[in-house]
Design a protein around this ligand. Structure first.
Ligand SMILES: Nc1ncnc2c1ncn2[C@@H]1O[C@H](COP(=O)(O)OP(=O)(O)OP(=O)(O)O)[C@@H](O)[C@H]1O
Ligand SMILES: [Mg+2]
Length: 284
């Protein structure tokens, strides 16, 4: 995790998704809970953004507002610099062509009764490829599967529930590869898989960004992962962004006490893991 990766600067490209005073309140009166509290943000084309915060800090609530699945109580979301309009069914569907999500639990994301090839075919059809010759569709599905190290030929005729958690996560990325949204929102996509699959999935997300120029919004508890993968981090505490900026700047020189605390919870953020110093007796 310590190597420095040379990357293009994606932090000052054209605006992709922005928010001004975005707020969400659940409940009313004395029971009102301000889950997201007047946040401002600017995400750029191709930028890899992480939103980092502890459980209950408002990350999923914010993602649902970004996706248009939850209304904002106050404030405004802008898509490509213009106020987002999802007031009609048609406009909402149009917006959803531009933004897609990967959720914590991949098993909930698929229709269990559809075989994998029909899951992937749907993606091609959603992008207007219904009339392509079948051989072309197979070629596209094969390419998408090999992008995530899956073999299309071995997946046809299987159902999603026949895959392992890690394969399922990769299938989700293959779907995104075919759908090519402008924005991918990934809410803890790695929480269900082991450390090895986790770094593979993160590398695949980075490749996806490099290959397609997609903006990726990565939601996590883990500031170490955010440091490894992102251009920009937003640190969220009690519904507010307490700090944001380039990942290196924020994590190597944190200003907010909350950020400092998150960093101190990660044993060695910029050193190699040294297993020889791990006290196995204290491992719980
Ligand atoms: N539908 C809802 N109705 C009422 N309160 C909600 C609802 N969804 C979320 N909340 C509250 O909003 C706050 C933020 O929750 P949210 O799920 O956004 O946190 P999170 O940062 O995603 O947490 P986690 O890391 O555990 O997923 C919490 O206090 C939660 O109880
Ligand atoms: Mg959440």
């Amino acid at each position: 995790m310590s190597e420095t990766i040379e990357r293009k600067d994606y932090t000052n490209g054209p605006l992709c998704l922005s928010g001004r005073n975005v707020t969400r309140v659940f409940g009313m009166g004395e029971k009102a809970n301000v889950a997201v509290d007047h946040v401002d943000f600017d995400f750029h084309e191709g930028e890899f953004v992480s939103i980092v915060g502890e459980s209950g800090s408002g990350k999923t609530t914010l993602s649902k507002m970004l996706l248009g699945l939850l209304n904002v109580s106050e404030g405004e979301i802008l898509f490509q610099g213009k106020p987002r309009d999802i007031s009609t069914h048609k406009k909402r569907n149009e917006y959803w062509k531009g933004i897609q999500a990967i959720f914590q639990d991949p098993f909930s994301s698929y229709n269990t009764f559809h075989k994998i090839d029909s899951v992937l075919l749907d993606c091609i059809h959603m992008r207007g490829g219904r009339h392509l010759p079948y051989e072309k569709k197979v070629e596209m599905m094969t390419e998408a599967c090999s992008f995530v190290n899956l073999k299309f030929a071995e997946l046809t005729n299987k159902y999603p529930f026949e895959l392992s958690g890690g394969q399922m996560q990769r299938l989700m990325i293959a779907r995104i590869f075919l759908l090519r949204p402008k924005i991918l929102l990934a809410d803890e996509p790695t929480s269900m898989v082991d450390a090895c699959s986790r770094s593979t999935i993160l590398d695949m997300l980075l490749n996806l960004r490099d290959e397609t120029g997609m903006t990726i919004i990565f939601i996590t508890h883990d500031i170490g992962l955010a440091y490894y993968i992102s251009d920009t981090v937003y640190i969220m505490e009690h519904g507010k962004f307490v700090e944001f900026g380039k990942a290196d700047e924020v994590i190597l020189n944190p200003q907010a006490d909350y950020t400092k605390r998150l960093i101190s919870d990660v044993p060695k953020i910029h050193e190699e893991w040294d297993l020889s110093t791990v006290d196995l007796n204290s491992a719980g």
